[in-house]
Design a protein around this ligand. Structure first.
Ligand SMILES: *[C@@H]1O[C@H](CO)[C@@H](O)[C@H](O)[C@H]1NC(C)=O
Ligand SMILES: [Zn+2]
Length: 286
């Protein structure tokens, strides 16, 4: 149990982390920034299958597949959703983690089925940066990560110890003129969690399918890691080719969040890591 708590806290997956201290402390700049993670967290952050990466069409192999996405309960509106500021990002969870009740993703060449755990965002101080993955060297202003764990494991704490433990769906955000109404419940929630280590009930729960691009048929796939310490190499990554919109006013609300030192949370992305000969696929579902 303790070990699980410890792992989950470190991974920043369970957040407020029941106030287990992350040891050592990490951030996105200075002496605890990404360049120092390999020495601060040598077990995995110094590994050779790290994330994010540049999703480059020069490196990928194209695969055509009929294995449609199966997005179970992605259309359910839960009774309650929790939004948290964990000092590194804004994260949203359901109140239940029972895999028979939470959304579940399979198909899309994943092989296994994966239960939803949480989603969170990475964003820039400016619109020219913010995403973790890049596509053909282009960085986007923000990236959404929907984190799921393999339903063959009991908890996400167990899953982060296994090579096939997690599946993360990544969605790029692009600046648009109009507000994205599907993001409104989250944007409204941000003003309630400005301070680090705060959490609130989201006033308007919504369905996860609202966060996916309209067309999910084209995506990049590779094996990598958590993009935050302890950087466990346990993630089957999917990054959709199509993005979702966000307005300037909406992205500004993310930039108003504060970290533990009361600095604005911005540029909370890890730079791209080397592919190191890994297989990178671009999959087109037909
Ligand atoms: C996850 O979804 C798959 C496909 O719809 C289904 O067969 C499986 O029972 C679901 N798992 C859970 C725990 O609900
Ligand atoms: Zn992330």
């Amino acid at each position: 149990m303790l070990q699980t708590l410890f792992a989950v806290a470190l991974l920043c997956l369970a957040v407020d982390a029941d106030h287990v201290e992350e040891d050592p402390h990490w951030g996105y700049e200075g002496s605890t920034g990404p360049a120092f993670w390999p020495s601060l967290f040598p077990e995995f952050c110094s590994g050779s299958s790290q994330s994010p990466i540049d999703l480059n069409d020069d490196d990928d192999t194209l695969e055509i597949s009929t294995d449609d996405w199966v997005l179970d309960r992605y259309d359910i509106i839960p009774n309650k959703m929790i939004i948290k500021n964990n000092g590194h990002t804004a994260q949203i969870e359901w109140t239940t983690t029972d895999i028979t009740e939470v959304p579940n993703v399979s198909g899309g060449k994943l092989g296994d089925s994966y239960a939803f755990a949480q989603f969170h965002f990475h964003w820039g101080e400016k619109n020219t940066r913010g995403s973790e993955h890049t596509i053909n060297d282009e960085q986007f202003p923000a990236e959404l990560h929907l984190v799921h764990f393999n339903t063959k494991y009991d908890t996400i704490g167990d899953a982060v110890q296994k090579g096939d433990g997690l599946a993360v769906l990544g969605v790029m955000l692009e600046i648009a003129e109009e507000d994205n109404e599907n993001l409104s419940p989250i944007i409204d929630g941000l003003s309630t969690i400005v301070n680090a280590d705060s959490q609130e009930t989201l006033a308007t729960p919504f369905r996860l399918s609202d966060l996916l691009p309209a067309d999910t048929s084209s995506f990049y796939r590779y094996s990598g890691s958590l993009t935050t310490p302890t950087c466990n190499e346990v993630v089957t990554w999917t990054v959709f080719e199509n993005s979702i919109p966000i307005s300037e006013a909406q992205i500004e609300k993310f930039r108003e969040l504060l970290d533990e030192e009361e600095h604005h949370i911005e540029d909370n992305f890890r730079p791209v890591q080397p592919l190191n000969g890994r297989s990178l696929k671009k999959i087109q579902l037909i």
